[in-house]
Design a protein. Structure first.
Length: 127
């Protein structure tokens, strides 16, 4: 009862009421969760980029990176639409779309590196 009285007085005084409906709370949680997911993907993208700088990666290591990147590309294609429904900020949506392009580029780059490694490994040394 006291909470309802407090809310009514806040509304009369023109102050922001402290009460949030369950759907508002869930929406905030969902938005925060999606923003955290995008932050994790940024860190993963940076880690993969750092790994690709190494020139001594063999085909197996490149294949592992390729699997991670292709998984992220698939996830980001459907997660971007979820971001719109979760009402996250426009900057977060733009970041997710940029990440999708980054992961697409990384996939192409990794495929090129794998092809290069395979051609180098199939060439037999001449004596």
């Amino acid at each position: 009862m006291a909470a309802a009285k407090h809310e009514a007085l806040a509304w009369i005084d023109g102050r922001q009421p402290g009460y949030q409906s369950r759907s508002e709370v869930n929406r905030d949680r969902r938005r925060n969760r999606w923003e955290a997911v995008i932050e994790e993907k940024i860190a993963l993208s940076d880690g993969i980029k750092k790994s690709l700088v190494q020139s001594d990666l063999n085909v197996t290591q490149l294949r592992k990176l390729e699997a991670k990147v292709s998984s992220q590309v698939r996830q980001l294609s459907w997660q971007t639409s979820e971001l719109y429904s979760a009402a996250v900020s426009d900057s977060t949506i733009a970041t997710a779309e940029r990440l999708k392009k980054d992961f697409d580029f990384l996939a192409e780059r990794i495929a090129t590196r794998i092809a290069e490694r395979k051609t180098h490994s199939t060439k037999k040394p001449t004596r």
